[in-house]
Design a protein around this ligand. Structure first.
Ligand code: AHM
Ligand code: MG
Length: 336
């Protein structure tokens, strides 16, 4: 009666995190409370995204975000919901959002020990056509919450306590790591709960898929060009790899995590630092990849070792199956 057990004994995300916490007797439930506020934000955005086509929520808000890109109404809304949910949790002290130029320092009366870096709605070019988009987040802990500076969030990704993303796709999936593996939860809309559906995700060691915006190929550097050439024309008698590119980092990374392969947003002549942002795109996804047994590399170093100096800094990124990233690392090493 295995199937019946699964239907009646539901491992919700809250139950899962509480279980994890019971292994740390010193913990007082603060992370569970923080996570429940992140989950609330994800549920809200999920509901707003699924209604977007109907409710005419989409369309230009007439504002430009810090990177000079057009902001959509749904981005603005998602950001507001996350900022308010995180502040009201009483467990945060600094927030860094892709949508806000400056970091938000939480009022001392509501301050807690966590810093949250996030992209409330990533993949903006896919909003209007209903293709998968997502939220990405990472969590740091401050040393002293009465004395916080921006340095608390300018830390290497390896210091993150937790990272995750929520994908608003054919279903709503939240993938989370608190530093001991990666687990995936799917929103059951009738319950309003995220249920553990993908326990202990491990990325395949090798992959048959590469994921990159090949429209930028003419401006790539040598190693990236060589790697992609080899994906298409392998010299060792292997089959060529398949190309999949959605243009939503969350969706492209989610597929890479489950099926294996590599996702790359390399540097190019026009964008020497690539496109993706270190704190709330590169770090959380690199954290999840490593926790799932894969790797993440910037073209120079292990991505999680990078020390950011600005909150909206960008970096090239190569992440995915262990062997694929190993190959990229070899090509960069050969360049030197
Ligand atoms: P955004 O923050 O404006 O949505 O940009 C980030 C997105 C990522 O989700 C995705 O990996 C990348 O941009 C795609 O960029 P490009 O269109 O240059 O291929
Ligand atoms: Mg983004």
């Amino acid at each position: 009666h295995e199937a019946e057990t699964h239907r009646t004994d539901l491992m919700t995300i809250t139950r899962y995190v509480l279980n994890e916490q019971s292994r740390h007797p010193e913990s007082r439930g603060d992370f569970t409370i923080l996570l429940s506020h992140i989950v609330l934000g994800c549920k809200f955005v999920c509901s707003a995204v699924s209604k977007a086509g109907l409710a005419k929520l989409i369309g230009l808000a007439g504002e430009t975000n810090v990177q000079g890109e057009e902001q959509k109404k749904l981005d603005v809304l998602s950001n507001e919901v996350f900022v308010k949910a995180l502040i009201s949790s009483g467990r945060t002290c600094i927030l860094v959002s892709e949508e806000d130029e400056e970091a938000t320092f939480v009022d001392p009366s509501l301050r807690g020990k966590y810093c949250v870096v996030f992209d409330p709605l990533d993949g903006s070019s896919n909003i209007d056509c209903g293709v998968s988009i997502g939220t990405i987040f990472g969590v740091y802990m401050v040393k002293d919450k009465d004395n916080v500076t921006l340095d608390e969030v300018l830390q290497p990704g390896k210091n993150m306590l937790a990272a995750g993303y929520c994908m608003y796709g054919s279903s709503c999936t939240l993938v989370l790591s608190t530093g001991s593996g990666v687990n995936g939860f799917t929103l059951d809309p009738s319950l309003g709960e995220f249920i553990l559906t993908h326990p202990d995700i491990k990325i395949p060691k090798k992959g048959k898929i590469y994921s990159v915006n090949e429209g930028n190929a003419k401006n790539w550097d040598g190693p990236t060009t060589k790697y992609v050439e080899k994906c298409k024309y392998p010299k060792d008698g292997a089959s060529p790899k398949s190309l999949r590119y959605i243009g939503s980092m969350v969706a492209d990374v989610h597929r890479t995590l489950l099926y294996g392969g590599i996702f790359l947003y390399p540097a190019d002549k026009k964008s020497p630092n690539g496109k993706l942002r270190v704190l709330y795109e590169v770090f959380p996804m690199s954290f999840l990849m490593e926790q799932a047994g894969g790797q993440a590399f910037t073209g120079k170093q292990r991505a999680l070792d990078l020390v950011p100096t600005k909150i909206h800094q960008r970096s090239p990124i190569f992440l995915g199956s262990y062997d694929e990233v190993e190959e990229i690392k070899g090509l960069y090493a050969a360049e030197e």
